[in-house]
Design a protein around this ligand. Structure first.
Ligand code: AMP
Length: 540
């Protein structure tokens, strides 16, 4: 397997464009791209720009047409509402096609923006896929955001429609979303024509005449529409990510490169086979939810789990393992913080022993540094391969990963670059570091799935990501490369605190705290210190 990795990686190095063009043949296009990318006037890559496809077609219709309409596509498990529900590919296609018809009847077409402000319910997935079906651009706003944050995003994206639900359901309380949305719409400068509201029985929202539309009845009455062909470089979605300064950045993702990256990663990073069950225990409001709850598993014809619960307290720290048993989950992906919470409540992993988890083949972690104690705890208690992998909202898919079994693991490292990715380390003056060393992590060549621009502010895209280091994409992360070519993310470069002239990575100190059996989480921040320049405050 290690040899295979080397061989594939070298094949990519020889001709990156050809390598990706080959991978693009894994998905059905309405019109195949003739070239891997085109450059725009600023020399930015537009992946598979002259191809024509539709991401919703890839996620649903192609499987139904191939005879897999009865296969499970979406598994909804909600311990907070005691609901379990499953949709086959055929059922999901029917609902999405009708909902897209409803949006079309309200004037939504290719290129229009739609904000989705919803809890973790199937309708959120239906809304996303329906946008993709019309070539409209969705922007999912995490349900935890307050009216001000929502208003900022509404003013930036200028959506025609907002999709919402009457409420979100937490462990012991209900959060009414509709009043939050109403307040956001009142405060926003931009006027939204319509809101489509999914009424949940836990709270019935008040509707505004002429503006608000009942999701269920309007969708039932709508006519189905087919998937609209879009160009490879037409946008699929905008996802806002916090900037270190200023307003959030709208990360714009294109259809073609994203679809190719999603499909390819399911096989090579996650080692999945079509028909298996994939569970990303995250939220659709984040990139993990976009890529690995919705798009990648469906494009690859896996069943995906949408879990409206927590790692602990729904009802206890065995919750994840219960879900694994119930649906025979093949691979589980979550953030280290979820497992640290589980470990704190259930240090000897009794929950894991309590359930039949024999279907589970691999655990994946990302989103923050996987500290070695959490890695060891998971490995020792589950006996499963524990695979760290690194990526970002901006990257769309995975950039550094062990490729299921291909690369021997080193706890604390996400291992080596994914096929088709060219990372490089630079020092603070922008000089490239060769071989072993530590510096700022950049990517020296574009890849499919890379963000296209910052929505409405291309200059900010250039300034934030490409101006520091000679046109290379700057990730914002610090990283060490060891003599074997493994990459070790040391944390955000802005999370380094200089104490008495020494650079201290907060991630390293935090992981020292969480190595203690009684500690679930730790956070370290700097404060001004008369003698040392900075001191450390440690929240444990
Ligand atoms: P986000 O865009 O919110 O997904 O956050 C991306 C950031 O999370 C990266 O820039 C890293 O700082 C951090 N991150 C993601 N995956 C890992 C990982 N496997 N190891 C260390 N840090 C990670």
């Amino acid at each position: 397997m290690a040899g295979e990795y080397q061989q594939q990686y070298q094949q990519f190095q020889r001709d990156p464009g050809q390598f990706w063009l080959e991978q693009s043949k894994r998905i059905p296009w309405f019109k195949e791209p003739s070239a891997p990318y085109q450059y725009d006037d600023n020399d930015f890559y537009h992946w598979f720009a002259d191809g024509q496809l539709n991401t919703c077609y890839l996620a649903l219709d192609q499987h139904v047409e191939a005879g897999y309409g009865d296969q499970t596509a979406l598994i909804y498990d909600s311990p907070v509402t005691n609901t379990k529900q499953q949709y086959t590919y055929g059922e999901l296609q029917t609902q999405v096609a009708k909902f897209a018809g409803l949006m079309q009847s309200l004037g939504v077409s290719k290129g229009d923006r739609v904000i989705i402000y919803m809890p973790m319910i199937p309708q959120a997935v239906i809304g996303m896929l329906a946008c993709a079906r019309l070539g409209a651009i969705h922007s999912v706003v995490f349900g935890g955001f307050a009216p001000h944050e929502l208003a900022v995003r509404i003013d930036d994206a200028k959506p025609k429609l907002v999709l919402t639900a009457s409420c979100g359901v937490e462990i012991n309380h209900v959060i009414e979303y509709k009043p939050l949305l109403d307040e956001a719409l009142e405060n926003a400068q931009h006027t939204v024509e319509h809101c489509i509201v999914f009424q949940r029985e836990q709270a019935i929202a008040e509707m505004q005449d002429g503006r608000d539309i009942d999701w269920q009845s309007a969708s039932d009455a709508a006519s189905s529409v087919d998937a609209v062909p879009v160009a490879g470089d037409d946008p699929l979605y905008i996802l806002y990510t916090s900037g270190t300064t200023g307003t959030p950045k709208g990360v714009v993702r294109e259809n073609g490169g994203h679809a190719v990256a999603m499909h390819y990663s399911m096989e090579t990073v996650y080692g999945m086979k079509p028909g298996e069950i994939f569970w990303a225990a995250s939220d659709i409001g984040w990139v993990v939810g976009h890529s690995y709850i919705v798009y990648a598993p469906l494009i690859y014809r896996c069943a995906t789990v949408l879990y409206e619960g927590k790692p602990i307290r729904t009802p206890d720290a065995s919750a994840f393992w219960r879900v694994v048993e119930d649906y025979k989950v093949t691979a589980l992906f979550s953030a280290p913080t979820a497992f640290r919470a589980i470990k704190k409540e259930d240090p000897t992993a009794e929950g894991f022993k309590q359930y039949d988890t024999s279907s589970l083949k691999r655990l994946f972690l990302a989103g923050e540094r996987l500290d070695p104690p959490t890695y060891e705890w998971l490995k020792d208690n589950t006996g499963l391969p524990v695979l760290d992998h690194w990526w970002q909202t901006e990257t769309g898919g995975i950039l550094i990963a062990p490729q299921t079994g291909a690369i021997p693991l080193k706890p604390g490292s996400a291992t080596k670059p994914f096929y088709g990715i060219k990372p490089c380390l630079v020092d603070k003056d922008g000089k490239e570091i060769k071989g072993a060393g530590e510096g700022r992590l950049c990517i020296s060549q574009s890849w499919p799935g890379q963000m296209r621009t910052v929505y409405g502010d291309h200059q900010r895209f250039i300034d934030t990501y490409f101006s520091q280091f000679d046109g290379k994409y700057f990730t914002g992360d610090g990283c060490r490369r060891d003599k074997d070519g493994y990459y070790w993310i040391t944390g955000r470069v802005d999370d380094v605190i200089i104490v008495s002239g020494h650079n201290l990575g907060t991630a390293e100190i935090e992981s020292a705290f969480v190595a203690h059996p009684k500690v679930a989480e730790a956070a370290v921040v700097g404060y001004p210190h008369d003698i040392k320049g900075n001191g450390l405050y440690c929240y444990v």
